[in-house]
Design a binder for this molecule. Structure first.
Ligand SMILES: NC(=O)c1ccc[n+]([C@@H]2O[C@H](COP(=O)([O-])OP(=O)(O)OC[C@H]3O[C@@H](n4cnc5c(N)ncnc54)[C@H](OP(=O)(O)O)[C@@H]3O)[C@@H](O)[C@H]2O)c1
Length: 211
């Protein structure tokens, strides 16, 4: 399968490298000549191409959307609407704001629903937003037992496609949570886990300071 990836950061590189074992990957970046990206591509091999966001959007039969910060997402995808129409869009994004206490930026409507409303002819599937990037591609060894993934989205065919791609990564079974409105649940779990992790990190930092 041809997978176009919008974004070239931690999630894009981790999933891109894992899927490249079986699929053709095109990473779309605003600066495809960034030295760290060029070096990364050399280590992965010939079935990963790097180019513009538009080239990646046009290349992919399935698209991974992996942009941070979340405020940039609408501006990145809007000009690509034509290339993204009728395609499955994998949404792994979180819209957590960390200014004081972590909170979801949107509470009435999820990030997944918002992306679906911005790309009405595309099929958004929310998945993997609750796990750190290394665990996305290594769920069993990471100790998530059993390795159960979740998807939500309005298109049964798109969810089936994404389920296959999750199974390629080692997710043993994938639960269909329902339509894209259910992504609000996934995003709230992402928020809860990030609060727990930031609490643990704060405790560790405190212990280090106290010696
Ligand atoms: N990292 C994780 O463990 C993890 C886990 C679960 C979910 N997520 C979610 O996955 C998404 C991606 O996270 P990440 O860790 O991969 O982030 P990251 O490493 O910071 O990478 C973000 C990417 O977005 C690109 N970007 C930002 N604004 C852009 C714009 N206006 N035009 C084009 N590209 C733009 C950046 O491009 P440049 O390189 O040019 O700056 C970069 O390639 C986020 O929504 C995050 O919440 C991450």
């Amino acid at each position: 399968m041809k997978i176009g990836i919008l974004g070239s950061g931690a999630v894009a590189q981790t999933l891109g490298a894992a899927w490249a074992k079986k699929h053709d990957i095109f990473i779309g970046a605003r600066n495809p000549y960034k030295p760290t990206l060029v070096d990364w591509q050399k280590t992965i091999g010939s079935n990963v191409q790097v180019g513009s966001l538009q080239e990646a959007a046009a290349f992919g039969e399935v698209i991974l959307l992996a942009i941070r910060p979340w405020e940039e997402i609408q501006g990145v995808i809007k000009p690509l609407t034509h290339e993204l129409n009728n395609k499955t869009i994998i949404d792994v994004n979180n819209n957590i704001e960390f200014e004081k206490l972590p909170k979801l930026a949107f509470t009435q409507k999820s990030m997944g629903e918002s992306i679906q409303s911005w790309l009405q002819e595309s099929h958004i599937v929310k998945t993997l937003n609750i796990v750190p990037a290394p665990m996305m591609v290594n769920p069993i060894q990471s100790g998530i037992v059993p390795a159960i993934g979740w998807v939500s989205g309005n298109s049964a065919d798109a969810k089936q496609q994404v389920t296959g791609l999750l199974q390629d990564l080692g997710w043993e079974s994938v639960v269909d949570l329902g339509d894209i409105h259910k992504s609000l649940l996934q995003e709230n779990i992402g928020l809860t886990l990030s609060i727990i992790v930031s609490g643990i990190m704060a405790q560790k930092a405190d212990a280090l300071i106290k010696g």
